[in-house]
Design a protein around this ligand. Structure first.
Ligand code: PFF
Length: 445
């Protein structure tokens, strides 16, 4: 039997988990979701969610993974059994759905790297950039080609293994991502008129807050922190018994949140400086930023680096999503890692095609008033991830609590001072808050 792998070092694990968390959700999604939901007020609610429910559920997932040393489905089967593995099964289903549309957007970032090298972005003004983006995503062929390319890269990392693939890639890519973000923020906040954008993100206006804002903040927090579908269970399953797991969860949460706020500080000032609408939606990254770069010396070069880093951020996240599914087939179905990675990668690629086409020729086709892409996004981040997070909390809080508590105590067995606080959150606060927000969102009351 093949030995199950471990992370090579604690830093390797933190970077891989942060690589999972930091992705399109932070750089592409967060700024426009914040923009559409009242800026600063959204940010405050988001931060409150992240550091209470988010951090607690992240630790809960890592504990489930480390205690069981199994994939998302196998972990529940090993620790308790009964109907609990269904929680993992929902996670695996969510992984298929999320990666299918995630890879489409990631493909756009790769295409935009090519466009910046070709100088296509530098020549256009902002109106023309908007048109270019609309035409590109509506094209029935080219975005699907880039989606295929991106899935192939993701499959390559995952089939190379936990240490030689995932950990090694994260150790190179994550520091690079961080460095470039800093450079780009300095550029953005020194643009004339940028102060308005900074104020928009940092000054809360509570008159804009509705239940919808709270629900958006919760789903954004789960998506951004990679929670609710077993990604952190899977990554946690490669941890050794001695690692300070709570410290690692704290680091990952902090890194993820900092990158989201930094991306907001990069994009929103640019939006205001160029007179765009902060609620413009998904196009912000692909239209506004190229417009900013076009005004700078060496703009094409900066644009290339920006889209390269967006692609990198997406890659380390996509890898973790694919790993959720692959780990299941490797652990529980005894399928070879290479075979499982390729087969699952192909299926997810096919599932992504309708999402891509819904931006163009299949745009008319809607279900519940949403196009295919938006529907996949809504089902996963508004429903599957929060429901997954709800059951993961309940599982740790009520089913395996004494053992989970022992697991975070560390080698010397001394209980950390926060352990009871964590208990209260996973037992009561997180399940109640998630259930309330979900029911509210479904219009039950
Ligand atoms: N956290 C990633 C992002 O913010 O882009 C997306 C993601 C990765 C969601 C892994 C869920 C997941 F399990």
């Amino acid at each position: 039997m093949i030995q199950r792998e471990y992370w090579g070092s604690r830093l390797g694990f933190i970077l891989a988990a942060a690589g999972s968390a930091v992705g399109l959700g932070n750089i592409w999604k967060f700024p426009y979701v914040a923009g559409a939901n009242g800026g600063g007020a959204f940010l405050l609610i988001y931060l409150a969610m992240v550091f209470t429910i988010g951090l607690s559920v992240m630790l809960a997932e890592m504990v489930i993974g480390r205690m069981s040393r199994k994939n998302a489905i196998g972990a529940f089967a090993k620790l308790k059994g009964g109907a609990w593995p269904l929680v993992g099964l929902c996670g695996v289903a969510a992984a298929f759905i999320i990666l299918s549309f995630y890879s489409v957007v990631a493909g756009w970032t790769v295409a935009y790297m090519v466009k910046s090298v070709a100088g296509e972005l530098a020549l256009a003004d902002s109106g023309a950039l908007g048109g270019m983006f609309g035409d590109f995503i509506a094209n029935p062929v080219s975005p699907i080609f880039y989606h295929a390319l991106f899935m192939a890269l993701t499959v390559f990392v995952v089939l190379s293994g936990v240490g030689a693939g995932i950990e090694r890639a994260s150790k190179i890519l994550m520091p690079a991502l961080f460095g470039l973000l800093v450079i780009l923020i300095i550029r953005a906040v020194t643009l004339p008129g940028a102060a308005e954008g900074v104020a928009f993100l940092l000054q809360p206006d509570f008159s804009k807050v509705t239940w919808n804002t709270v629900s958006e903040a919760l789903s954004q927090a789960f998506f951004s922190l990679s929670l609710g579908m077993g990604a952190m269970i899977t990554y946690g399953s490669y941890l050794g018994k001695k690692d300070n797991i709570a410290g690692s969860a704290g680091w990952v949460t902090l890194l993820d949140t900092s990158v989201a706020v930094m991306a907001g500080l990069l994009i929103l000032p640019a939006v205001f400086a160029f007179g765009f609408d902060p609620a413009a939606g998904p196009g912000l990254t692909f239209i506004t930023l190229p417009a900013v770069f076009a005004q700078m010396p060496f703009g094409s070069f900066f644009a290339f680096l920006f889209f390269l880093l967006l692609a990198i951020a997406a890659l380390t996240s996509a890898v973790s999503i694919l790993e959720v599914v692959v780990a299941y087939f490797v652990d529980d179905r005894r399928i070879h890692r290479k075979t499982a990675s390729i087969a699952v990668g192909v299926i997810i690629f096919l599932l992504g095609i309708p999402s891509s086409l819904s931006m163009g020729i299949w745009g008319e086709f809607t279900l519940f008033g949403l196009g295919f892409f938006d529907l996949m996004d809504a089902i996963s981040s508004k429903l599957l991830l929060p429901v997954g997070g709800l059951f993961i909390s309940l599982f740790v809080g009520w089913v395996i609590w004494p053992a989970a508590k022992q697991d975070v105590a560390g080698a010397n067995g001394v209980m950390p001072f926060w352990v009871d606080g964590w208990g209260v959150i996973v037992k009561f606060v997180a399940p109640a808050a998630i259930a309330f927000i979900l029911l509210k969102g479904l219009g039950v009351f």
